[in-house]
Design a protein around this ligand. Structure first.
Ligand SMILES: [Zn+2]
Length: 108
């Protein structure tokens, strides 16, 4: 099971966006990367004609570039902190738990 899943809120712990939080939009398991809403924004200069999208104006497009999993931590929905994730089994299902000692919430 993945440590981070689509829809999770994560906090960036390294790099230019350190401290920023966002929702996981996409997980790229093979690359160990995630795409996080409003994090690691890059601007692409696109030629509208070449892109073949006449309804678009061309020019600059901002989008989120994937960042490495090691640069993000899950934000626990209960204690609202960037936490390490552990695992436990509930009703035969493997679920994630918050490793914050005062919290320990089951996350899923
Ligand atoms: Zn917690």
């Amino acid at each position: 099971m993945a440590r981070i899943k689509k829809g999770d809120i994560v906090e960036v712990i390294a790099g230019d966006d350190r401290g920023a939080r966002g929702e996981v939009l996409r997980v790229l398991p093979k690359q160990d990367r995630v795409v996080v809403s409003t994090v690691n924004l890059v601007t692409k200069h696109e030629n509208a004609q070449r892109a073949g999208r006449s309804q678009m104006q061309g020019g600059r497009i901002q989008f989120e570039a994937p960042i490495h999993l090691s640069n993000v931590m899950l934000v626990c929905p209960k204690c609202d902190r960037a936490v390490r994730v552990g695992y436990t089994v509930v009703d035969g299902k493997r679920v994630r738990v918050c490793r914050n000692r005062e919290c320990g919430a089951v996350i899923d």
